[in-house]
Ligand binder design. Structure first.
Ligand code: HEM
Ligand SMILES: *[C@@H]1O[C@H](CO)[C@@H](O)[C@H](O)[C@H]1NC(C)=O
Ligand SMILES: *[C@@H]1O[C@H](CO)[C@@H](O)[C@H](O)[C@H]1NC(C)=O
Ligand SMILES: *[C@@H]1O[C@H](CO)[C@@H](O)[C@H](O)[C@H]1NC(C)=O
Ligand SMILES: *[C@@H]1O[C@H](CO)[C@@H](O)[C@H](O)[C@H]1NC(C)=O
Ligand SMILES: CC(=O)N[C@H]1CO[C@H](CO)[C@@H](O)[C@@H]1O
Length: 340
């Protein structure tokens, strides 16, 4: 704790020095940067958190299965061009956006983000960014699924670019530990963040097509025996009964069967039993540090610790490369950049 807050003091001092240096060097007064703040909207939209929470309660009451997708949207946003709501932008005639890249095919919840944004704009027009809306909705999705809460500092600005190719910064489900650790490090997240945030897979569902290589085509042979040896064989039989072929791209499986709507530590029990759904999940057993964390959590006695860790890592993830100050814009429609 002490380390973190003194780090923040040093950071803000350094950014003050850097800002002074930038001002001295150029006349680029047009772009100013700032820190995110807890009370960023206290004067301009004091009820922002209340409004988001109330909408989220309604959304998840009607459609509880949206908790997972809304958490995942924030993850995909932050890993690609920073948490700037670029994940929400539609492609245009001249540009293929992130949404239309392969990893997007399975994203959901876009409509509810706009619904919350519209509610906020009715209360405080053109004030709250879509990026902040995503960060708040992800937090509330976890809270309302009985998971931990965390403070969401605000003041993110919305980006004006969304490029399909940039989604290659998202780890694929086939990733091994080395790739995962590298892709997280590239976003300023460490191996502990990796094992902790992977616990987000306690919520939601996955398409067979994203893990059926483990059942039928692990080495490219395309037959029933070509299976991932890292997957528990009893569990494999269950998954094969559900995902009947390599070409099935419509069937879904619960990632944490039996409690996929509840945020808890049971993900680690699954992974420890070699029942993680993706190769990326099972690869957490191949590194001694992440394996130790998985096994500790699998014991079921340290859920409070996982909750605190998840909150801390989400605070880190939700500030990756944010735009602030006069960077970017406050979008009106989350799915399109503003017309100037
Ligand atoms: C470690 C690297 C990660 C990989 C390789 C990965 C991969 C995936 C894949 C392939 C899906 C299935 C999507 C579908 O078939 O519909 C998925 C779902 C999901 N992921 Fe991850 N993910 C990772 C990290 C994270 C993180 C950091 C979070 C959030 C903290 C997260 C939250 C989720 C959630 C909640 C779902 C369920 C979405 C739904 O129900 O539609 N994932 N992930
Ligand atoms: C796509 O991204 C990769 C790596 O991030 C980069 O090397 C490549 O040049 C990009 N391709 C295009 C067409 O921009
Ligand atoms: C992890 O995957 C990368 C890319 O596919 C590969 O080059 C590397 O050898 C793999 N590492 C291990 C330890 O399997
Ligand atoms: C099976 O795996 C190979 C090698 O990874 C790949 O080229 C092929 O497209 C896969 N087949 C299917 C049907 O996905
Ligand atoms: C799913 O598979 C069907 C039939 O194989 C194919 O026509 C369709 O384009 C696929 N959909 C996606 C999203 O890949
Ligand atoms: C939700 C969403 O925008 N899905 C799009 C993902 O990309 C495909 C094309 O690759 C589109 O058809 C989907 O509409």
């Amino acid at each position: 704790m002490a380390g973190r807050s003194s780090g923040r003091v040093i950071n803000s001092r350094m950014s003050a020095i850097m800002a002074a240096a930038v001002l001295a060097l150029c006349s680029c007064a047009a772009v100013t940067t700032a820190q995110l703040e807890m009370d960023f909207y206290s004067k301009t939209c004091p009820k922002v958190e209340e409004i988001v929470r109330r909408e989220m309660e309604e959304i998840l009451t009607v459609t509880p299965t949206l908790a997972g997708p809304l958490l995942r949207l924030h993850f995909h946003d932050c890993f690609v061009r920073g948490c700037d709501a670029s994940v929400l932008i539609d492609s245009t005639a001249g540009n293929v956006a992130e949404k239309d890249a392969k990893p997007n095919l399975t994203l959901r919840g876009f409509g509810t983000v706009q619904r919350v944004k519209d509610k906020l704009d009715a209360a405080c027009p053109a004030t709250v960014s879509c990026a902040d809306v995503l960060a708040l909705m992800a937090r509330d999705a976890v809270v309302l699924s009985k998971g931990p809460s965390w403070p969401v500092s605000l003041g993110r600005r919305d980006g004006r670019l969304s490029i399909a190719n940039d989604t290659n910064q998202l780890p694929p489900p086939t990733a091994n530990f080395t790739q995962l650790a590298q892709m997280f490090a590239a976003k300023g997240l460490d191996v502990k963040d990796l094992v902790v945030l992977s616990g987000g897979h306690t919520l939601g569902t996955a398409h067979c097509a994203l893990f059926s290589d483990r059942l039928y085509n692990f080495t490219g042979l395309e037959n029933d025996g070509d299976v991932d040896p890292a997957l528990d064989s009893a569990y494999m039989a269950k998954l094969k009964a559900r995902c009947r072929s390599l070409s099935d791209n419509t069937t879904l499986g619960e990632m944490d069967p039996g409690s996929f709507l509840t945020f808890d530590a049971s993900y680690y029990r699954l992974v420890a039993k070699r029942r993680g759904i993706f190769h990326s999940d099972s690869s957490l057993l191949t590194d001694p540090v992440t394996r130790a964390y998985v096994e500790r959590q699998a014991s079921g006695h340290f859920a409070d610790e996982f909750f605190r860790d998840f909150a801390d890592s989400m605070v880190k993830m939700s500030t990756i490369d944010v735009l602030t100050g006069s960077q970017g814009e406050i979008r009106t429609k989350c799915y399109a950049i503003n017309n100037h």
